[in-house]
Design a protein around this ligand. Structure first.
Ligand code: SF4
Length: 296
């Protein structure tokens, strides 16, 4: 019998608010289950060590990489150099692994009866995902929570909510965390391809009609609450359609041009390294050296 589960809220919640409450409750030292903390910290260990020991990162297109912009996909398939990660990025990735695993432990600790939570769920990519070597063939989603027993879940989860919810945790610095809280998904620039990633995984798992959650963890201030953002099915489907076109063009070796810049104008400068901004796109150099239009 679990004693540390989240108490029933005053009224049933949507998935985003329920996730936030479970995460906050479970992160408390009074509520996190010691055996879950231990096993998840153990799981983080290998990934954290790998951050500092792996020397050759595989450069394949995957749901989490090179899908934010059609030209990234094109350059990646073409074999263009995607540059190097900063030498000192290791600790950021290592902390990210730890915060993911602690989040799993917290949510599982707080999970009320009637729900099941599955973490690091393996995903077989969809039929339409290219089978070539340049494309990673495996993936996983961070968490899938299922309301197994709707009657038992009723005090927690509003009856208009879908039975299950796909959750992708993202650790982010304070600035990105603030931005994440205000992002209009499907409209604002998605520099790191978060939307593309959840759209592909939601499709692969047959979850696309239920939407998905991208949950931000503020690694600069861990007392800040989790920031879950629900992504509506329509936004996932629109993104999926865009990703499929990007994949087709990349396979045909058909250069889509500066697609992200065309879509977002000046708002893309943060990602594309234009207008004096440093840029996060791994292909910003080759992209700039091969303009397909004036004025960028
Ligand atoms: S610099 Fe911008 S437009 Fe060019 S490949 Fe990168 S994201 Fe796309």
């Amino acid at each position: 019998m679990k004693t540390n589960a989240l108490p029933p809220p005053d009224k049933a919640l949507d998935w985003s608010h329920l996730l936030k409450d479970m995460w906050m409750h479970g992160m408390s030292v009074h509520n996190i289950e010691p055996h879950l903390a231990e096993s998840h910290i153990d799981s983080a260990r290998d990934s954290m060590i790998e951050v500092f020991t792996r020397r050759n990162e595989a450069r394949t297109v995957r749901p989490s990489a090179f899908l934010a912009c059609a030209r990234q996909t094109y350059f990646s398939v073409k074999g263009e150099d995607s540059g190097k990660m900063p030498d000192n990025i290791g600790p950021t990735f290592a902390v990210g692994h730890l915060l993911h695993e602690l989040s799993y432990a917290a949510v599982k600790s707080a999970l009320p009866g009637g729900f099941s939570a599955h973490t690091e769920v393996p995903v077989h990519l969809p039929q339409w995902w290219p089978k070539q070597d340049k494309f990673n063939q495996k993936g996983h989603v961070d968490m899938l929570i299922i309301a197994e027993d709707r009657a038992a879940c009723a005090p927690y989860l509003n009856e208009d909510q879908p039975k299950s919810m796909l959750i992708d945790f993202k650790t982010m610095g304070g600035f990105s965390y603030k931005k994440h809280g205000k992002t209009v998904w499907g409209e604002d620039p998605d520099a790191f391809g978060y939307l593309a990633q959840v759209a592909v995984y939601a499709d692969a798992l047959g979850q696309i009609n239920d939407g998905a959650i991208i949950a931000g963890i503020n690694r600069d201030s861990l007392v800040q609450p989790l920031a879950p953002r629900f992504i509506a099915p329509e936004a996932l489907k629109d993104e999926l359609a865009r990703v499929k076109i990007a994949l087709d063009m990349a396979l045909e070796q058909n250069d889509p041009g500066e697609e992200f810049l065309v879509r977002h104008g000046k708002d893309a400068h943060f990602q594309c390294g234009r207008g004096g901004r440093p840029g996060y796109c791994p292909f910003k150099k080759v992209c700039k050296e091969n303009p397909t239009r004036d004025g960028d």
